[in-house]
Design a protein around this ligand. Structure first.
Ligand SMILES: Nc1ncnc2c1ncn2[C@@H]1O[C@H](COP(=O)(O)OP(=O)(O)OP(=O)(O)O)[C@@H](O)[C@H]1O
Ligand SMILES: [Mg+2]
Length: 451
């Protein structure tokens, strides 16, 4: 008996310690079973208390009267599927007549408290079916990406969402994106995650980093072209525009359409070409975009116009030629001059890290979703890397990228340096590399290299 008591105390103490220090491990060992039991046992009473039940239908009342049975109780939504996951629980609910997805969404906070769970979100799967995702702990506090990821070409698992699912940056679905955030909010770390995710894929990376190249130049081995100042950036963007035109010529030749067909009528893209002819897709990463749009003299103004025009052209026509833009900056509004709002309108994917004022959040989400603006302003300063990601459909999520250090990203890029395609149009901008790729350097003095 004493041995049993000692074992019990040890197990409870271990559970308490895990819950405090390693919530993810706690969830996988104890949390998931306890929470599943709690949800399944208390389901009917909690749904009733949260106002998510419907009174019995007329025929059930009539049947009870005829058969002289007690009056049937109100019924909660049917549980169609119940699935424990690495971070929480997923329930598929079949709604009763008279209920809608908004009822469940509106009650999510009440459900969270009633089931003593960290977070509850819901979304409609199809008419009459709602998926409720519960998280057992704050998954964004210490981001751990799942080991098994659904990787497809040009689809990078870049961050974790607050409901525990993976946030993908899918270049085929959302070709161009804008990432905003105040200084030290985590933009460059997000971009670094993207580079590390793209490194093993068949893609050419082009970087423009006007912070003298401090963010992207260490990753140079995986980059086909780099620019660290606005002058080189202007030339590089012009070269990209001519590459785009070249790719369109190739698509046209393959379509056997005569040269006088106007550009706008070309419907095909590089993915329709036979595999041996397909040009390699290019992802253009721009950090600190405002540097490209600022000018102090007449000459610099000309250069600025050239850069913005090239970016607008790439954003408008680049997708079909396999050129994708990924733009990062602190603000991106009309105060940066003409052409900026036009460029912004082409950047479908939007991500906002912590911003200092509403106007900055409006630059990301003002034209998409007012709720997302509010969520972006509320990001606390101490949670760097936390961001709100939305798209033009109006949907948005709170996300956080894993904290990839520059050393980890450099190791990943060096490991995949042989995948760097040499693009003839961009040859003058190929970063100069000295020596052979170094062996991965340990991430710290004590730890062996893992990335
Ligand atoms: N996802 C994250 N998880 C944990 N820490 C993060 C994350 N993202 C950023 N940080 C922390 O915030 C610091 C600043 O991040 P980062 O350099 O990406 O900011 P930034 O927005 O690019 O700033 P700036 O505009 O000055 O370039 C990083 O050094 C890192 O310590
Ligand atoms: Mg930065």
């Amino acid at each position: 008996m004493t041995a049993f008591m000692v074992a019990l105390v040890l197990v409870v103490a271990a559970a308490g310690l895990l819950r405090w220090r390693r919530p993810a491990w706690y969830w996988m060992t104890f949390g998931v079973t306890l929470a599943s039991l709690r949800v399944l046992v208390r389901y009917a009473s909690v749904m009733d208390a949260c106002g998510l039940t419907v009174p019995p239908s007329r025929w059930r009342l009539a049947l009870a009267r005829v058969t002289n049975r007690p009056v049937p109780e109100s019924r909660p939504p049917r549980i169609l599927r119940f699935r424990p996951t690495r971070t929480g629980l997923v329930l598929r609910l079949g709604l009763r007549p008279g209920q809608d997805a908004f009822d469940i969404a509106a009650a999510s906070d009440r459900l969270r408290h009633s089931f003593s769970i960290y977070g509850v979100t819901s979304r409609e799967v199809r008419s009459g079916v709602v998926e409720v995702r519960m998280t057992g702990y704050d998954v964004l506090k210490r981001v751990q990406m799942p080991a098994k990821l659904d990787t497809r070409p040009l689809r990078v698992p870049v961050a974790l969402r607050e409901d525990g699912s993976v946030h993908y940056r899918d270049y085929r679905a959302v070709p161009h994106a804008l990432t905003l955030g105040a200084t030290e909010s985590g933009k460059s770390v997000y971009q670094r995650n993207l580079v590390a995710g793209l490194a093993p894929m068949d893609v050419a990376l082009v970087g423009i980093d006007c912070k003298q190249g401090v963010e992207l130049f260490p990753l140079a081995r995986r980059f086909s072209a780099l620019a660290d100042n606005p002058d080189t950036a202007a030339e590089l963007l012009d070269a990209l525009v001519s590459r785009m035109e070249g790719v369109y010529q190739l698509i046209r030749a393959e379509q056997r359409i005569t040269a006088d067909v106007p550009d706008a009528e070309i419907a095909a893209d590089i993915w329709d070409l036979p595999e041996h002819l397909q040009p390699v897709p290019v992802v253009v990463l721009v950090d600190e975009v405002a540097e490209l749009a600022l000018f102090a003299s007449k000459d610099e103004e000309k250069r600025r116009d050239r850069i913005i025009t090239a970016l607008v052209r790439l954003a408008q026509l680049g997708r079909a030629a396999g050129i994708y833009l990924e733009i990062c900056g602190q603000r991106f509004g009309s105060e940066l001059g003409k052409g900026i709002t036009m460029l912004r309108a082409q950047l479908t994917g939007r991500t906002a890290h912590r911003v200092n004022d509403e106007t900055s959040a409006n630059m990301a989400f003002g034209d998409i979703s007012p709720d997302a603006v509010l969520a972006a302003i509320q990001i606390p300063a101490e949670l760097r890397g936390l961001a709100v990601a939305g798209d033009s459909t109006g949907g948005w999520h709170r996300i956080r990228a894993p904290h990839t250090s520059l050393r980890q990203a450099v190791n990943t890029c060096n490991r995949h340096a042989d995948r760097t395609p040499a693009l003839p149009e961009l040859a003058p901008f190929r970063p100069e590399l000295t020596g052979t790729p170094e062996a991965p350097v340990p991430l710290s003095k004590t730890a062996p290299a893992t990335a």
